[in-house]
Design a protein around this ligand. Structure first.
Ligand SMILES: C[S@@+](CC[C@H](N)C(=O)[O-])C[C@H]1O[C@@H](n2cnc3c(N)ncnc32)[C@H](O)[C@@H]1O
Length: 385
């Protein structure tokens, strides 16, 4: 048996952004493992009764496996970077064969008696997870859902209470707390994905719980879409980078019958939503969606146009690392003469970064909150690589 501290101290965030103020393990992970210890021990060595949802970088999965000598643990992580980090960490610890990765659904949860959950920031994301656990897990399931206090809201209890008859909070420790949910309620039809007709764009959005902005149009995205006609008019291959529910990809495909668009997002919920949005709008033949970290799987110099409403969070922390990674990838993927169109909160002042990583960058529009820019990938920029 490995000591939990020995396991946790060896975890890394890679390939997610690594920085001094960003951690692979925190006090909420440790509290979940401690509060769930008896239930995990009772789940036994086979571990098939244990499911882990939205583990950050492997602390819950590998901490539970190492401390309780589990195997057969089932894991779902919405974010690809978390999934890759868990796989890397498991390999380094020799624990790769002790867990399997699954989509959020029946195969993840059937027969589970213990669920360890990192509470997601979006309440709708939590609602979809709670519904799935109540629907598919063992009726005796115990859910240990934890977070740092600063991300906990009373509304999370209400959301869990829609799917469970008993929800109570643990005593806090090191600014972290656990919500314990038990006794699944009888449920009607699955509430996700949700659909919404966006009349202003003439398109239908389909959204799973954890997808950015749900089935609504983000105001930054709306501002970027005002300029769709000016975005490299002769583009044949475009990328919607960080596509969320796929609104930009689908709007572009609908506006230009000859364009093909690849949407990429690291969130499983976003990818499922964008595929469904493309199908709902009859453009699935020209909109392909990939679960990818930025666009690591896209070939160099293969796109004429990249559209992006970049994230300003890395996980729960406000950090520009993800956006910078996206701009660096855009510089690699655009053909000479290709364009990046982006929208961002004006205070973030990304323009210098885009000049450096993509090419000459002009401000196309600015309102009280947002800036829209166009960056051109020059011939010289490509030769210098
Ligand atoms: C501000 S949202 C924009 C979503 C969508 N394009 C829209 O306009 O509604 C940013 C998106 O980037 C995604 N994202 C964040 N980091 C990423 C990464 N490393 N690779 C791919 N997608 C990422 C998030 O999951 C999120 O869907």
């Amino acid at each position: 048996m490995q000591e939990v501290d020995d396991v946790l101290s060896r975890l890394r965030r890679y390939p997610d952004v690594e920085a001094v103020n960003l951690y692979a393990v925190d006090a909420a992970d440790r509290l979940i493992l401690d509060v769930a210890a008896d239930a995990l021990a009772a789940a036994g060595g086979e571990g098939e009764g244990v499911a882990v949802v939205d583990d950050g970088y492997g602390a819950l999965t590998l901490g539970a496996i190492a401390t309780h000598e589990l195997s057969g643990v089932r894991v779902h992580q919405d974010l690809l970077t978390g999934e890759l980090a868990l796989a890397n960490n498991a390999r380094a610890l020799g624990l790769s064969d002790r867990y399997t990765a699954h989509a959020l659904g029946r195969r993840l949860l059937e027969g589970a008696r213990v669920v360890l959950l990192r509470l997601p920031r979006a309440l709708s994301g939590l609602a979809e997870i709670a519904d799935a656990v109540a629907r598919y897990a063992d009726p005796e399931v115990e859910v240990f859902a934890g977070a740092r206090d600063k991300y906990l809201t009373p509304a999370m209890n209400d959301v869990l209470s829609e799917s469970f008859a008993s929800v109570r909070a643990s005593r806090g420790r090191q600014k972290s707390r656990i919500l314990l949910a038990q006794h699944p309620k009888p449920l009607g039809d699955p509430p996700f994905p949700v659909r919404n007709q966006l009349d202003e764009l003439g398109l239908e959005v389909v959204a799973h719980g954890a997808a950015f902005s749900g089935p609504r149009l983000d105001i930054g995205t709306r501002f970027l879409l005002e300029h769709v006609r000016r975005m490299k008019p002769d583009a044949r291959e475009a990328i919607d980078l960080g596509c969320g529910t796929g609104i930009l990809a689908v709007a572009l495909a609908k506006a230009r019958p000859r364009i093909s668009v690849v949407g990429t997002d690291q969130s499983a919920a976003a990818v499922a939503s964008a595929r469904a949005t493309a199908a709902a709008n009859c453009v699935a033949d020209r909109v392909t969606v990939l679960r990818d970290d930025a666009m690591a799987g896209v070939a160099a110099h293969s796109a004429d146009l990249v559209v992006c409403n970049p994230p300003f969070h890395v996980g729960a922390a406000v950090h520009t690392g993800s956006a910078i990674k996206m701009f660096a990838e855009t510089g690699r993927v655009l053909r000479p003469g290709g364009e990046l169109w982006t929208v961002y909160n004006s205070h973030l002042n990304y323009r210098g970064v885009m000049e450096r990583l993509v090419g000459k960058t002009d401000v196309v529009a600015r309102n009280r909150k947002f800036t829209v820019t166009r960056s051109m990938r020059g011939l010289r920029d490509v030769r210098q690589e």
